[in-house]
Ligand binder design. Sequence first.
Ligand SMILES: C[S@@+](CC[C@H](N)C(=O)[O-])C[C@H]1O[C@@H](n2cnc3c(N)ncnc32)[C@H](O)[C@@H]1O
Length: 401
Amino acid sequence: MAVVPSHRFIPPASDSAEVGLGNVPADLIERLRCPVTDTSVRPMSDRELDDLNAAARRSDAAHLDGSAVDGQITAALVNADGSLAYRVEDGILLMLPNSAIALDRASAARHGNAHRPEKRAVQSFYDQIGWKRDEKGDFEDAVIWEDLRPVSADYIRKCHLRVNRYLQPTGDYLLDVASGPVQYPEYLTYSQGYQRRICMDISVQALREARRKIGDKGVYILGDITNLPIKTNALDAVISLHTIYHVPQDEQGKAFEELYRVLRPGRSGVIVYTFSDPLLLRWGNKPARWWRVARQTAPVRAIKKLLGRKPAPQTDAGKKADSANAPFYFHAHPLSWFTSRKWSFPIDIVVWRSVNVWFLRTYAHPKRLGRLLLAAIYGFEKLFPRFTGRHGPYPMFLLRK
Ligand SMILES: C[S@@+](CC[C@H](N)C(=O)[O-])C[C@H]1O[C@@H](n2cnc3c(N)ncnc32)[C@H](O)[C@@H]1O
């Protein structure tokens, strides 16, 4: 695979490639690759676009998943052998393998490609639910899977900021897979010292929201973390938070390796994952489990009856999570899966957060006591970042090349 030389100069957004590619800098296009043929890509000329549109109208050109090409294509990239094109729409580069357009029927037959059903389920969840906002303006993803109460805000904010400690503060391109809408303010700090942030996601809705948030600072690519449309050693930083456990379990190793592959030597990256059944949560679970058992005992039932207490109603967030979980893909490997596997890079794990949302909602009392508990947990994580990283629910994998 080609190694990309280090380009220190990145033209400002206004100097970008002049071929209808929005604000995509020419030197970024040099770092992209066709994810199907692993070859370079270049912008299509006006004449090539005319030919492509004519072929699409005759149904000679179609996406690799077999779907028809709709509407007029005004900008696209083409791979080195001219067999596949990637459309650019609203400034978003559509570079998923299954969104590649085969320029003739022979190429379609040669490269035929479709998303796995697990990926389709995650993509449609985020396009249709996860990255839509609720009536308060919060993303449904956060409403379902984050503790948005004020008592947890400071702890969560400080954990988000931890990522900065392991990234070099400046550079050219920072790749964020899967960026979502860059939903929390602290996420902006990761790319503050970088010239551009490449937001990549499998959800087009995520990228539209990300563009609304960071505008010309971003470059927006629809892409798959298990087959990045980026050349080897091409970028100054990579991050991926809360993505890989949504990737089919047998492709998760590939996702880690892909992020390492595109990182430039001498640079670093951060991956936030979740472990299944971590030791610290097994301990943390115990008091709640004892309480659930105790609640069934006769004395506690009698006291509750005397006090006239009804069972707590299910929260909106709980209901949404239940209905959202049905078609959704999630698989977390345990720590032992990582330590027993051969990797092309050293595995280094520190803490991102040592408690999960269930723990926060169960134990962080909304008033002062909750704040004290979370301050103590944060202090413990700071003292023992490796222990809490390996044995808590949310580790950070540090990539150094
Ligand atoms: C839980 S959200 C996390 C978003 C963001 N990183 C954050 O921390 O807020 C998971 C994101 O991963 C994206 N995703 C899932 N599978 C993907 C894949 N194979 N390639 C790229 N993105 C993917 C989803 O579309 C979604 O935006």
